[in-house]
Write a protein that binds this ligand. Structure first.
Ligand code: PBG
Length: 337
């Protein structure tokens, strides 16, 4: 009688991968990556008014909140151990114009919420985006002149907006508009205003993606957008170009880099981390969130399991943290475990 083990050749017999997978304890011993609450950044949407929590239809479970309610949310996040939040304002339509001038109001909605959260919840980090899209009547991230998003004029304006955000208490400025030269310019502007300790998290590789759809509903820019953002965001086909763009941001003084969207771009996360060894983040954007939620609501996937798996995969791809709308839900699950 032939011994059954001989059906597998000798080499394979010496290298059985399953030996380390055989029990829960072996699996825990060899686990390479772990997700913790320290990996989470929670993006929140802010609206004007008082005591309103307004659900976003395309993002089940995500709300727009007035400043007072955003402060409560920030407190809850801090209590859960979430290190930082990222704020996105839904600016009233009558305040939006061609150049996004409301971004230059010291007391605009984004600065109001920063000030309020800083005061009430001083131990949570606040990350603010300086792109102009919440403020423009055309939904573009920069100033539109004719058919062109003008680079240098936009950079000048976001530098001023960045200083105001830092004045209001923002800890990290996160420019998402992909204009050339912005990181160096923001660094100089912050330093000149005495904000040496305010950091810059560059949306270094932001792709022209369809995954931003629900976000545009959240801040009401969807119907406004004329054309698309392909003249400033990166083509999803291009990996090497993204690394080159990230290299410029590192040179210009970015403290952290971000990849956006997240899951479809894990190769970019990995390449950035390998190339620069700089703190690297991914933004699991609105459309990624919605995909998981929608499938889970239909009973087609196990939503909680898929949520946790996606976030762990960012860690495996070299990310130091993830901006995710799942943050409070995940933090609660991690606290339970
Ligand atoms: C634009 C901006 C976008 C997101 C955040 N800031 C993309 C866009 O509107 O083109 C997307 C975030 C998300 O989809 O979750 N500055």
């Amino acid at each position: 009688m032939q011994d059954k083990t001989h059906l597998v050749d000798e080499i394979t017999g010496h290298r059985r991968m399953r030996r380390n997978r055989k029990a829960d304890w072996t699996r825990r011993l060899v686990q390479e990556n772990r997700l913790t609450v320290d990996d989470l950044i929670w993006p929140i949407f802010v609206i004007p008014g008082q005591n309103i929590v307004d659900p976003i239809a395309a993002m089940p479970g995500v709300n727009r909140m007035t400043v007072d309610r955003a402060v409560e949310a920030a407190r809850e996040a801090a209590d859960l151990g979430i290190p930082a939040i990222a704020t996105f304002p839904n600016i009233e339509m009558h305040l939006r114009d061609e150049t996004g001038s409301n971004a230059l109001e010291a007391n605009n909605l984004i600065n109001q919420v920063t000030e309020a959260i800083k005061k009430a919840v001083p131990n949570i980090g606040i990350i603010t985006d300086v792109a102009l899209d919440p403020f423009t009547s055309h939904g573009h991230d920069g100033i539109l002149r004719g058919n062109e998003i003008v680079n240098d004029e936009t950079v000048e304006q976001i530098c001023r907006a960045a200083v105001l955000q830092a004045d209001a208490g923002s800890d990290i400025i996160a420019p998402s508009e992909m204009m050339d030269g912005r990181i160096g310019a923001i660094r100089r502007a912050l330093d000149a205003a005495g904000h040496q300790s305010v950091g810059i998290m560059s949306y270094a590789t932001k792709f022209a993606s369809g995954f931003y759809g629900p976000y545009r509903e959240a801040i009401s820019t969807g119907g406004l957008l004329k054309g698309d953002k392909k003249s400033y965001y990166i083509d999803p086909a291009n990996g090497t170009e993204a690394i080159r763009d990230a290299a410029l941001d590192v040179e210009e003084g970015a403290d952290m880099l971000m990849v956006k969207p997240g899951l479809p771009y894990l190769d970019i996360c990995w390449r950035i981390k390998e190339a620069f060894g700089i703190p690297t983040f991914a933004y699991q954007v609105s459309g990624e969130y919605t995909q998981v939620k929608a499938a889970a609501m239909n009973g087609w996937i196990d939503g909680e399991r898929v949520m946790m798996e996606t976030l762990l995969c960012f860690k495996r791809a070299g990310c130091d943290g993830i901006l995710t709308y799942f943050a409070p839900e995940v933090a609660r699950i991690l606290a339970r475990a």
